[in-house]
Design a protein around this ligand. Structure first.
Ligand code: ATP
Ligand code: BTN
Length: 320
């Protein structure tokens, strides 16, 4: 399947005969493979009699070899998959089966990509990045303080390096560009955070997606929308992995306190009137920043209050 996509990746027309000869299969087998591309992966094809087939949209395929080399250099393993339910779920299964962290799970598509609080992460094939890094954490809960915010800084740095200059972070787990969501982070834990645990850090980045196959009930964008060029996803894997490695090392050495001012400088909703949903309650206030643990500081009726926890959701007061 990937070999067929590799050939079609150039965006030109290829006849059934040519594809059959290149793949060593019959024309009817080519036809079946092309149908699978359309039905199983949702990849749109143009079929023109006399000219053959071409992709409706150019794509950038993941190159396992180059990503393996990049990650191995950082001391991280790689499991690359055409498709999975969720790269976070796959990483958790691998940990359960005894695979040693650190490792990365990369998939071309997710059938049940997940966000926080059971929400869905829209994950069409061959367009975006679905990347999960599994780590072992020892040394107590302090090692986890502010970790997802620091991962946000790493994702933002990677986006800026590949040309999305107007990117910033939104507490606690989103990355925005020009007021629209471009990436999200979902961290999940197993084990005992007070002692030895594993954390899977799931990162979804909209890369070449220009239309969403499913409804996204908030404003979103992609690297391609922001830069107007087809992005090499392998280059993004390289840049993101290096940024993550850099920021995770700093977080381990300095704690969140050493990165707090950097996070504050990129906080897109600083001084904005917001509404924080705690599940049972809605709290209105002005965003003041974050504390040394990464908790949100909100000015509520003239008093500063701090909030932390996985179930919290922050919206602009005008939008909520
Ligand atoms: P908050 O974290 O403050 O609740 P949020 O609405 O972004 O904000 P999350 O749980 O972080 O909520 O993210 C899941 C949401 O992200 C989904 O409900 C959907 O609105 C949005 N979403 C889903 N897929 C994508 C995507 N590919 N790109 C951008 N946004 C998406
Ligand atoms: C959010 O904004 O709620 C977080 C979205 C996280 C999506 C990524 S995609 C890779 C990893 N696998 C998942 O199922 N989710 C995360």
């Amino acid at each position: 399947m990937n070999r067929l996509l590799e050939i079609l990746q150039d965006g030109r027309f290829h006849s059934g005969q040519e594809l059959g000869a290149l793949l060593g299969i019959s024309r009817s087998a080519v036809w079946k493979h092309l149908q699978r591309l359309e039905l199983a992966l949702g990849i749109q094809l143009y079929k023109v009699p006399g000219r053959g087939y071409r992709l409706a949209e150019s794509i950038s395929l993941l190159d396992i070899e180059s990503s393996t080399a990049v990650l191995n250099q950082l001391g991280w393993g790689l499991k690359a998959m055409d498709s999975t339910d969720s790269t976070n779920a796959e990483a958790l299964r691998m940990l359960l089966a005894g695979v040693r962290a650190p490792f990365v799970v990369l998939a071309d598509a997710q059938s049940s990509g997940r966000g926080r609080r059971g929400r869905t992460w829209v994950s069409p094939p061959a367009q975006n990045l679905y990347y999960t890094l599994a780590l072992t954490i020892s040394g107590g809960p302090q090692r986890l303080a502010g970790l997802s915010l620091v991962v946000g800084l790493a994702v933002m740095e990677a986006l800026r390096k590949i040309g999305v200059e107007q990117s910033g972070v939104k507490w606690p787990n989103d990355i925005y560009a020009n007021g629209k969501k471009i990436a999200g982070i979902l961290m999940e834990l197993t084990g005992d955070p007070a002692d030895l645990c594993h954390v899977v850090i799931g990162i979804g980045i909209n890369v070449n997606m220009t239309a969403s196959p499913g409804e996204i009930e908030q404003a979103w964008t992609s690297v391609r929308n922001e830069t107007s060029v087809l992005v090499d996803r392998n280059e993004l894997v390289r840049v993101l992995s290096h940024s993550l490695h850099h920021y995770l090392r700093r977080h381990a050495e300095e704690g969140f306190v050493g990165l707090r001012s950097e996070w504050e400088a990129s906080n897109i909703w600083h001084a904005q009137h917001c509404c924080l949903s705690t599940g049972s309650q809605q709290v209105k206030g002005v965003v003041l920043g974050v504390d040394n643990q990464g908790a949100l500081r909100l000015g509520v009726d003239g008093h500063e209050k701090c909030f932390s926890g996985g179930e919290l959701s922050l919206r602009l007061e005008d939008d909520s």
